[in-house]
Design a protein around this ligand. Structure first.
Ligand SMILES: [Zn+2]
Length: 298
């Protein structure tokens, strides 16, 4: 079984996570740009972060046999710091067209402030002008209204719903998102919010069309194996294998392959793992023996 985790913040996860994810069948991840847990104080911090997403992290994932893609954007929390936001907006075009960037994201509302609205709209225009997909973060508070509002704004700015993934859905939002033609992402949280059990119920009720499961694992309480674990629970509960495959693999591929940056062949015929490889002179090894596909290193 192959899985895609189309929303996960790998740069704050460990190499043990990468090994466990590969062992569980995860073949590809998408890492949307995000905040740090505390506010960035300068745009330079963003330069290094976005460079990491398109550079080092992509390399690091490959060292453990996973394909890494990312989404580039200014997150909603940091939209509330206008001097920073202005500087970051100017940076985005430089990164948005790099190899492996599948969308503008994750963007959207947090507290639904005027500043968040302004920078969401600017980034939707950027996505439209660059003909890019959008990955939307929906607010955890006042979710239903915030989700409806986000879709209204996407439509207002000329985005095609088939090219927008609305993430962090729940039972209150899923119907409207699907009815309006958007992709509906669900983040599986280990203890609160959406859990695997609730996800099973949603697939039983709404089917598998345009529904996507992800972990959004980051520096907080989260589980980088949420996608394969939820898939297993679905099988245990009698959901058809074709539906399990759609929500944990095929729909994410269909949505993000529209970018032209993500192809199934990337992991069906991957480059051999060679941990002797360096990225700008650095390796993941810390002096340990490298793993190299098809070779025993003495
Ligand atoms: Zn996220």
């Amino acid at each position: 079984m192959r899985y895609i985790d189309p929303h996960i913040h790998m740069n704050v996860r460990t190499t043990a996570d990468y090994e466990a994810m590969a062992a569980a069948g995860i073949v590809a991840v998408i890492e949307p740009a995000f905040w740090l847990g505390q506010p960035r104080t300068s745009a330079g911090s963003y330069v290094d972060y976005l460079s990491t997403l398109v550079g080092w992290e992509r390399f690091r994932a490959a060292q453990f046999g996973l394909r890494h893609y990312c989404a580039i954007g200014l997150n909603s929390k940091e939209a509330n710091n206008p001097p920073l936001a202005e500087a970051v907006i100017d940076l985005l075009p430089r990164y948005a067209l790099k190899e492996g960037v599948v969308a503008i994201g994750e963007i959207g509302y947090d507290e639904q402030t005027a500043a968040e609205d302004k920078y969401l709209r600017i980034q939707l225009d950027l996505a439209r002008d660059l003909e890019m997909l959008v990955m939307v973060h929906t607010p955890h508070r006042d979710k239903k209204r915030g989700t409806s509002r986000t879709m209204d704004v996407c439509i207002e700015h000329g985005l095609n719903p088939a090219r927008v993934v609305i993430d962090h859905n729940n039972e209150e939002t899923v119907e409207e998102v699907l009815d309006r033609g958007f992709w509906a992402g669900f983040t599986i949280y280990p203890k609160t919010k959406m859990g695997s059990e609730r996800m099973v119920e949603i697939v039983c009720r709404y089917g598998s069309d345009r529904i996507i499961v992800d972990s959004s694992a980051d520096w907080g309480v989260s589980d980088p194996l949420a996608v394969p674990k939820t898939a297993q629970l679905m099988r245990d509960r009698g959901i058809a294998e074709a539906d399990v495959v759609r929500v944990t693999y095929a729909n994410a591929l269909a949505a993000y392959a529209q970018s032209g940056q993500m192809h199934e062949d990337d992991w069906l015929n991957p480059p051999a793992i060679d941990q002797r490889t360096l990225f700008e002179g650095n390796s993941v090894l810390r002096g340990q023996q490298p793993q190299v596909d098809g070779l025993v290193i003495e």
